[in-house]
Design a binder for this molecule. Structure first.
Ligand code: SF4
Length: 76
């Protein structure tokens, strides 16, 4: 799965939402999040994110963001 990180905070672009084939982006408190069970790992959103806030969960940087993505995505 892919994970949204802090660079998304206050970003006004929604290019990622538009390209995601399975609509698995959700609104978090001040950033978007990706639902880990819905993401099909296609990677299409990654290069479309202007602040480069989206990374694969295999990236060491992603670890601290996985819980927050899951928490907010599951509220919907
Ligand atoms: Fe959506 Fe693909 Fe990005 Fe997952 S990797 S959030 S399925 S665009």
């Amino acid at each position: 799965t892919y994970v949204v990180t802090e660079d998304c905070i206050k970003c006004k672009y929604t290019d990622c939402v538009e390209v995601c084939p399975v609509d698995c982006f959700y609104e978090g408190e001040n950033m978007l999040v990706i639902h880990p069970d819905e993401c099909i790992d296609c990677g299409v959103c990654e290069p479309e994110c202007p602040p480069e806030a989206i990374i694969p969960d295999t990236d060491p940087e992603a670890e601290q963001w996985i819980e927050l993505n899951t928490k907010y995505a599951e509220l919907w």
